[in-house]
Design a protein around this ligand. Structure first.
Ligand code: UDP
Ligand code: MG
Length: 196
C-alpha cells in the first residue's frame, strides 16, 4: 500500500499538535512532526546536518527542504516497514512553503498520495501568546518573542498560500482555531467522517 498523507498546517502553536494527537487516536493515523525530527537532528552530535539545522530553527527560518525530506522519508519507510497496514500519516507543520511543496512533489510525490490539507487558522496574536506561554516550560530555543515574530511572518508569507494551491483541487479544510480544542476537534471529526 502507498502511504496516504494528510498535511496539517497552521501558524506556530495554533494547536495543530494537539489536533493531530486526537486524530491519531480516533482514526489510526501515525503522527509525523518534521519540527520534532529537525530538533532531534540538531541535538544529534553525529549528524552532519545538526549545526545548520539548529541555526535555521533558532532564526525561525525554514530548513533546506532536502534535509526535511530525507528525515520524513526515513520515518515513512520505517513505519511502513514495521507494519504495512499503517499507511495513514498526518504530517504536522509541513510543507511550510512552495519550496517544501516542490521538494515533496519531486521526491515523495510519486511514492505517497496526499489525501487533503487541513489548515488551522487563527490570529498572529493568539499564536504568539500561546507560544510565549509554552516557552515558559518548553525550553525551545525559538519560543521567544524575537524568533516568534519571524516564525509568524514566515507563516503568513509562505505557509498560508499553500492551502490556496490545494484549494484549487478541492483538497483543503480550513478551520477556525481560535476556539477551544474540543470545539475545533468536533469540526475535524465532522469533516473526516464526511471524507471517510
Ligand atoms: N521546520 C522546518 N521545516 C518543517 C518543520 C519545521 O524548517 O517542515 C523548522 C522551522 O525552523 C520551524 C521550526 O522547525 O520554525 C519549528 O517547527 P514546528 O512545526 O515544531 O513549530 P510549531 O509551529 O509547532 O511551533
Ligand atoms: Mg508543533
Amino acid at each position: 500500500m502507498k502511504p496516504l498523507v494528510l498535511f496539517v498546517l497552521s501558524g506556530p502553536e495554533a494547536g495543530k499538535g494537539t489536533q493531530c494527537g486526537r486524530t491519531v487516536e480516533k482514526y489510526g493515523y501515525t503522527h509525523l512532526s518534521p519540527g520534532e525530527f529537525l530538533r532531534d537532528e540538531r541535538n544529534n552530535p553525529e549528524s552532519q546536518y545538526g549545526e545548520v539545522t539548529g541555526k535555521y530553527i533558532k532564526e525561525g527560518k525554514v530548513v533546506p527542504v532536502e534535509i526535511t525530506i530525507s528525515l520524513l522519508e526515513r520515518e515513512l519507510d520505517q513505519t511502513m516497514a514495521a507494519n504495512a497496514q499503517k499507511n495513514k500519516f498526518s504530517i504536522d507543520g509541513f510543507p511550510r512553503n512552495q519550496d517544501n511543496l516542490q521538494g515533496w512533489n519531486k521526491t515523495l510525490g510519486g511514492k505517497a498520495d496526499v489525501s487533503f490539507v487541513v489548515f488551522f487558522d487563527c490570529s498572529n496574536e493568539i499564536c504568539i501568546e500561546q507560544c510565549l506561554e509554552r516557552g515558559k516550560s518548553s525550553g525551545r530555543s525559538d519560543d521567544n518573542r524575537e524568533s516568534l515574530e519571524k516564525r509568524v511572518q514566515a507563516c503568513l508569507q509562505a505557509t498560508k498560500p499553500i492551502p490556496d494551491l490545494h484549494e484549487k483541487m478541492g483538497k483543503v479544510k480550513k478551520m477556525d482555531a481560535s476556539r477551544s480544542a474540543e470545539e475545533v476537534f468536533d469540526e475535524v471529526v465532522k469533516s473526516f467522517d464526511k471524507e471517510g
